[in-house]
Ligand binder design. Structure first.
Ligand SMILES: [Zn+2]
Ligand SMILES: [Zn+2]
Ligand SMILES: [Zn+2]
Ligand SMILES: [Zn+2]
Ligand SMILES: [Zn+2]
Length: 626
C-alpha cells in the first residue's frame, strides 16, 4: 500500500445528523465504486466541528464514557462543493473515511485480492464520489476495469470487524498456499450458493462455495482477532465471550442491516432554571462558561451575535447571573443515565416551565371524545433534541435494551483509541405533540389484561435467552409500554399520510414507567419533528394539536389500524409462537415505522391493544380506546 492510499479522503455532502444515525464511526458507507469505513475520533478534524451544549446529556455521556469527556461536538461541517480534489489538504474536512473491506474483485477477470497486494491502482478523479481502484494489468484489453469490494466480511458480537478470511476459507483451513485467488460468479443470482472462491496456485485448485461460510458450525468459524478497522488496530485485550471462551467471527454480507448500530443517548433541552435570565444563561452556557469578566460580555454583545437573545439585559446583570451559576453548589439531581424523568416532569407540569429559545410548551384540553384517556395534550411549540454517539455495536442491536446506557460495555465498540475527550453529537430544533395518559386508567387496563402481559413477558424472556442475555426478565417494559408504543406508531403513520411529513421525519419518545419502584409512574408519548431542517416548518405539527383537528386525526389513526392489508395473518401474529418476534398484530403494512423514528426497533407493538381487530373482535376488552 502506498502512503498515498493511507491518506484519508472526505466523503462529500453528509449531513451532520446522517453522520450519526447512518454514517457513524465504524459504519461502512457505499460509494459508487468503493466502500469506506468512517474512522474513529482520533482522525476527525476537530477544528471543523462546533460545540453543542446540553449539560444534562453531557453528564449522561460522562456516566457511560468517563469524566474526561469535555464536550459534545457536531460532525465536521463540510463546505458545499462537489469539485474537490480529495487529496488536497484543504479537502480534509468532513467525515474521515478509509477503504473497507480491503479485498476487491475485478468484475472482468474475477481476480480477488486485497488493496495491499499492489494489483489494484487508485484513481483519483476530481469528484470524490468517483474515487476508484482499477485492475491495471487485467486481461481485458483497453481501459482497466474498476474493481468492486468483495461483499463478504466477518464480524463478532463485541463489535469487531475484519476482512473475510478468503485464503483460509478457500483452502478449508489455515494454509501457506500463496496462489492467486478468484471469486467466481457463474450465474448472476447474487446468492452465496452461486458464488465460489477459487485458488489458482500450481497443483492446488482449491475451490469452495460461499454458501459454506453460512453453514459452518461454530468451531469452524475463525477466532476473532479483535480487529478495529475504524481505529486501524487490533484491541490488545483480545476478544472473549461472556464465558471467557474464544469469540468466533460470523460471516456477514456487507451492508447487512445488523452490520452497524449506533449507540446514542438522546435528550431534550428542558428548562433547568427558574427565571428568564437564569434560563437564558443556561441556554448559552457553552459561550458564557468561558467568559472571564463583565468586559468579556460587553465585547461579545457588541462584536458578535452570540448573545443576541440576551440583548434586553445589561452586561452587569448577565455577569452576575454567570457568577451565580459558577459558584452554585453542584446539582445533586438524580441519576444521570435517566434522561427522561426530568422531561416527564416538565411535560406534565407545562405551566411552570420557563419559556426559552429551545423550549416552549402550551397545554391544551384534549379533544372531547378523548378526554377520558388523556390528562392533557401539550403542544411543544419549540423543542431542541440533542443526540450523542457513545459507541456502536454489530450483530446485537441496542434497541433490545430499554435504555442505551444498559447496553453491555464489552459489546460496545469504542469511538477512539484513547479515552474520548469529546463525542459526536447532532442537534435538531423542532416541535412536538405530547400526550399525557391518565394513570389510573392505564393501571386498570393493565390489570384487566394480565394474560397479554404474560405473553409479551414470555416473548421477552425467549428473545433474551436466545441471545444469552441474563437475567431473562430484565428490561421487560410491560404491557403499558406496548400500549403507549403502539399508539405512537399509529399516530406517526396517520400524521405522515395526512400531513405530508415523511414518516422518517417524525419521531417518538415514549415515557413509560410501571408502578412499584421509587420513582413516579410515567405514561406519555411525544411525537416530534426530527428533520434537521425542520426549523423552516415550525408550527405545522403543533397546529394539528388543536382539539378539533386532533380529534379527527386520532379517530383516523385508530380507525386505520383496525384492519391491515395482511389480515387475517397480521392480526393472528403471536409474539413468540412462530419464532420470537416480540410484536403481536403489527407489520410493515399497518404499524411499523422507519428505524430512525422508532426507539425500540419495531418491537413491543400490537394493534389489538388500541382497537378491536379481526382476531380480537368487536367489543374486545383488550382495546384501550373503546
Ligand atoms: Zn481484471
Ligand atoms: Zn491454493
Ligand atoms: Zn471480537
Ligand atoms: Zn399488519
Ligand atoms: Zn417505535
Amino acid at each position: 500500500m502506498t502512503p498515498k492510499d493511507q491518506k484519508r479522503f472526505k466523503v462529500g455532502e453528509l449531513r451532520p445528523s446522517q453522520a450519526l444515525t447512518t454514517f457513524g464511526v465504524g459504519a461502512i458507507i457505499d460509494l459508487p465504486n468503493l466502500s469506506v469505513m468512517v474512522m474513529g475520533l482520533n482522525d476527525w478534524p476537530l477544528k471543523d466541528t462546533v460545540e453543542i451544549g446540553l449539560q444534562r446529556l453531557l453528564d449522561s455521556v460522562r456516566d457511560v464514557l468517563g469524566a474526561q469527556v469535555a464536550a459534545l461536538r457536531s460532525a465536521p461541517v463540510v463546505p458545499d462543493t462537489r469539485q474537490v480534489n480529495p487529496f488536497d489538504p484543504s479537502a480534509l474536512v468532513g467525515i474521515p473515511v478509509a477503504p473497507f473491506p480491503r479485498w476487491m474483485v475485478c468484475p472482468y477477470c474475477r481476480r480477488l485480492a486485497p488493496l495491499g497486494s499492489g494489483l489494484f491502482k487508485l484513481e483519483t478523479p476530481y469528484r470524490t464520489d468517483q474515487i476508484r481502484y482499477v485492475h491495471a494489468n487485467c486481461t481485458k484489453p483497453g481501459k482497466p476495469p474498476t474493481v468492486v469490494p468483495a461483499r463478504f466480511v466477518v464480524a463478532c458480537k463485541n463489535g469487531h470487524l475484519d476482512d473475510f478470511p478468503w485464503r483460509d476459507f478457500a483452502h478449508n483451513g489455515p494454509t501457506t498456499c500463496t496462489g492467486g485467488m478468484k471469486l467466481l460468479e457463474p450465474s448472476a443470482t447474487g446468492e452465496a450458493a452461486s458464488i465460489f472462491v477459487q485458488c489458482e496456485g500450481a497443483n492446488c485448485g482449491a475451490i469452495r462455495p460461499m454458501s459454506d461460510a453460512f453453514k459452518m458450525d461454530l468451531k469452524a468459524l475463525p477466532v476473532c482477532k479483535a480487529r478495529r478497522p475504524h481505529l486501524r488496530d487490533h484491541d490488545e485485550c483480545g476478544c472473549k465471550t461472556p464465558l471467557g471462551l474464544d469469540m468466533r467471527m460470523e460471516p456477514m454480507l456487507q451492508g447487512a442491516s445488523n452490520s452497524w448500530f449506533g449507540i446514542t443517548l438522546t435528550a431534550l433541552a428542558i428548562p433547568q432554571a427558574s427565571g428568564k435570565l437564569k434560563q437564558l444563561v443556561e441556554d448559552h452556557w457553552t459561550v458564557l462558561e468561558k467568559v472571564q469578566s463583565e468586559q468579556n460580555i460587553e465585547l461579545l454583545q457588541t462584536v458578535t451575535t452570540q448573545l443576541r437573545d440576551l440583548s434586553e439585559y445589561t452586561a452587569t446583570d448577565i455577569w452576575q447571573a454567570v457568577q451565580a451559576k459558577k459558584t452554585a453548589p453542584p446539582d445533586e439531581g438524580g441519576d444521570p443515565s435517566d434522561l427522561k424523568t426530568p422531561e416527564w416532569e416538565v411535560f406534565t407540569d407545562p405551566d411552570s416551565a420557563e419559556k426559552g429559545r429551545d423550549f416552549q410548551l402550551r397545554a391544551v384540553p384534549p379533544p372531547k371524545r378523548y378526554a377520558k384517556y388523556f390528562e392533557t395534550v401539550v403542544l411543544a411549540e419549540r423543542l431542541r433534541e440533542v443526540r450523542a454517539l457513545v459507541g456502536f455495536s454489530r450483530i446485537e442491536s441496542p434497541s433490545d435494551y430499554d435504555n442505551p446506557t444498559a447496553f453491555p460495555e464489552n459489546q460496545r465498540a469504542r469511538l477512539s483509541r484513547t479515552q474520548p475527550t469529546w463525542v459526536p453529537a447532532s442537534e435538531i430544533r423542532g416541535e412536538g405533540l405530547f400526550f399525557h395518559f391518565k394513570e389510573d386508567l392505564i393501571q386498570k387496563w393493565v390489570k384487566e389484561n394480565k394474560a397479554l402481559d404474560g405473553v409479551f413477558l414470555e416473548a421477552h424472556r425467549r428473545w433474551r435467552i436466545a441471545r444469552k442475555l441474563e437475567p431473562p426478565d430484565e428490561f421487560y417494559p410491560g404491557l403499558r409500554f406496548v400500549l403507549l408504543h403502539s399508539f405512537a406508531h399509529a399516530l406517526i403513520r396517520q400524521l405522515s399520510v395526512e400531513c405530508g411529513y415523511t414518516t422518517a421525519s417524525l419521531r417518538e419518545r415514549i415515557y413509560s414507567r410501571n408502578p412499584g419502584v421509587d420513582e413516579p409512574e410515567m405514561a406519555g408519548v411525544l411525537i416530534y419533528t426530527a428533520a434537521p431542517d425542520s426549523e423552516g416548518t415550525l408550527g405545522g405539527l403543533v397546529s394539528l394539536g388543536r382539539p378539533g383537528t386532533l380529534e379527527r386525526h386520532l379517530d383516523q389513526a385508530l380507525d386505520n389500524v383496525r384492519l391491515c392489508a395482511s389480515d387475517p395473518l397480521c392480526a393472528e401474529h403471536h409474539p413468540y409462537r412462530d419464532g420470537t418476534t416480540l410484536h403481536a398484530a403489527s407489520c410493515h403494512a399497518c404499524l411499523f415505522a422507519p428505524e430512525t423514528s422508532c426507539e425500540r426497533g419495531n418491537k413491543y407493538l400490537d394493534r389489538a391493544v388500541l382497537v378491536p381487530t379481526v382476531e380480537t373482535g368487536e367489543g374486545s376488552e383488550l382495546a384501550f380506546f373503546r
